[in-house]
Each structure stands twice: as structure tokens, then as C-alpha cells.
Ligand binder design. Structure first.
Ligand SMILES: [Zn+2]
Length: 303
């Protein structure tokens, strides 16, 4: 039998603990699957009645034999009762850039739909590392009715025990949030690149992009694969010059790569690598597909 727990069992275990670690007063939303009755080494099974969802910390203690079967069974019957679950993402960057498709934007950029900012960052007003206040990320994931089902608010990952969330995970460099219908999801990946590697990263990325697509410039002209290499090189060079201004003191550029989609009754927003749209109001080339949303202050790629 395979050690990886089937989806339907994960769903049962998550629901049972009300989407947060059931250890008294814990409630962390990131959950792992503990086999205790019988333990995995006695019998390989994925029976939900002999398993419990626990956060990574309490899972470690459970594996260390600190909790009795009776305690674990009691926690299965007494799920997390916190009104919402939250977890701090310890990202404290001096600087970073957003990457969405082949577009980059500065940390002071944001995405706004109607009057609500759904992706933004601000300097932490309360802490500083050698006089530089780190950036805090905020972001929302909404369901089709526009109701917020999960969000990151100033680096706190927050979910209101909503049963529409099927997965929330955080692994150091990435955060994944998905809803049950899988029509709404977000994935944040942190890519760290040294100044030395940055040029080849951009060349690789854009040569790929130029190969498959035609790109519309700000003046309305279309650039195709066949267009001269000088123009493409100039573009990559200009972008490089812009991005190096955001390199941290450890000589690394933090790139926050965003993928996902939000589909509501009034708008849809795709953070994706595959779609190319050129909305009228936008002043930059982008692979963001969206309607009725405003992107403020992106880098202007073409002039
Ligand atoms: Zn816990």
C-alpha cells in the first residue's frame, strides 16, 4: 500500500477537525495525516477512523508517542473550535518583485477589483532588519459570489473554517490555496535568483515566450518570432536593468511568482502563464487575463 493518503480520506479528516489542528488551542490550518489505530508500522492502512489530521508540530509529537490513543480519539470528536484559523508566513524580504506570466511589477504595485485590493504588499511598520522594514503580503481568494474564503493579510494566512477550501498548504517557499470546486485557486512560489543567474533566467523565459507568441507593443505594433534579435535583446537588457534595482543585500532577487484563478459572477482574474490578453486600459504587455480589474503601477516593458 502506498503511503500517500487518498483525497477522499484527506477530505474526511480535514472536515472532522474543522479545518484546523484539533490539539487544544492550536487550530493551525496546515495539516498532516497521522495513523494511530493501528499505527502505520503495525499495519499499512488509510482508514479514517484510525487516523487524525494534525499540524506539523503536533504530528511530530504524535509520532514521538506523546499522545495516547484515547486522547487522539477525543480530539477527533472535539474539533478545532477557533472562529478562524491563521498562520504566519515568515517571509521578511528587503525587496521583491511580482512575476505573473511574463510580467513583472514592483512591490508597490497592486491589483484592485472595484474598490478592493486583492493583491498588495506594504512595508511592516513594526519591525525592521538593519533599518530596512520587510515587506508584508496581502492577498484574497474569493468564491463565485465574491465572498472571501481565504486570504493572506500582512503575511498571516487566514481561513474562516470554510468547507469550500479543499487545500491550504505552506512549504517554506510556496503557498497553495484551492477551493472545492477548483474554480478558484492561488499558488505563490518564491524564486530566489542571484544577480549572476538573472540574465540567463530572463533570456530563457523570454526566448520561450517569443517563440510561441506574438507580442503587441504599446504603440500597437506586433512583434513576432521573426523580428530582429536586437530588439528582443534590448528588451531583455532593459528588464534586467530594472530588476537589478530590487536585489537584496545578499545579492539575491526574490521573485514572487503568482499562479491561480478567481472566478466570480462579476469578474474573473487569471494569474497564469498561458493566457495572453491585452485589455484596453492596460499600458503594458501582460499575460494576465482579466476583466474589470485594475493593475496599478506595473513596470512598463515597452515604450
Ligand atoms: Zn497543532
Amino acid at each position: 500500500m502506498n503511503r500517500s493518503v487518498p483525497d477522499n480520506v484527506m477530505r474526511i479528516l480535514r472536515e472532522e477537525v474543522n479545518y484546523g489542528c484539533p490539539y487544544p488551542s492550536c487550530g493551525q490550518p496546515i495539516l498532516m495525516w497521522h495513523h494511530f489505530d493501528p499505527p502505520w508500522n503495525e499495519e499499512n492502512h488509510h482508514r479514517p477512523e484510525g487516523m487524525i489530521a494534525l499540524c506539523p508540530e503536533h504530528h511530530r509529537y504524535a509520532d514521538g508517542g506523546h499522545y495516547t490513543k484515547a486522547q487522539l480519539r477525543k480530539w477527533k470528536l472535539n474539533p478545532n473550535d477557533l472562529p478562524y484559523i491563521k498562520q504566519y508566513i515568515p517571509w521578511t524580504w528587503e525587496s521583491f518583485v511580482y512575476e505573473i506570466g511574463t510580467s513583472y511589477a514592483s512591490p508597490s504595485s497592486y491589483v484592485q477589483v472595484n474598490t478592493e485590493k486583492i493583491l498588495s504588499a506594504k512595508r511592516d511598520p513594526n519591525t525592521s532588519v538593519f533599518n530596512i522594514a520587510p515587506w508584508l503580503i496581502s492577498l484574497s481568494l474569493v468564491d463565485e459570489n465574491g465572498h472571501t474564503i481565504a486570504k493572506i493579510k500582512d503575511n498571516y494566512l487566514i481561513s474562516d473554517n470554510s468547507s469550500s477550501i479543499i487545500e491550504i498548504s505552506y512549504h517554506g517557499k510556496n503557498v497553495i490555496i484551492k477551493d472545492k470546486s477548483e474554480t478558484n485557486s492561488l499558488e505563490l512560489n518564491v524564486i530566489q535568483i542571484s544577480q549572476k543567474e538573472l540574465m540567463s533566467y530572463l533570456e530563457k523565459k523570454y526566448l520561450e515566450a517569443f517563440k510561441n507568441q506574438t507580442i503587441k507593443l504599446l504603440d500597437g505594433t506586433i512583434m513576432k518570432e521573426v523580428d530582429n534579435i536586437e530588439k528582443k535583446n534590448q528588451f531583455v537588457n532593459d528588464l534586467f536593468e530594472t530588476l537589478v534595482r530590487y536585489i537584496n543585500s545578499d545579492n539575491k532577487l526574490n521573485i514572487l511568482d503568482i499562479n491561480g484563478k478567481i472566478n466570480t459572477k462579476t469578474y474573473s482574474l487569471n494569474y497564469t502563464k498561458n493566457e495572453v490578453e491585452f485589455p484596453n486600459q492596460m499600458k503594458f504587455y501582460s499575460q494576465w487575463g482579466f476583466s474589470e480589474c485594475t493593475v496599478i503601477n506595473p513596470f512598463y516593458h515597452y515604450n
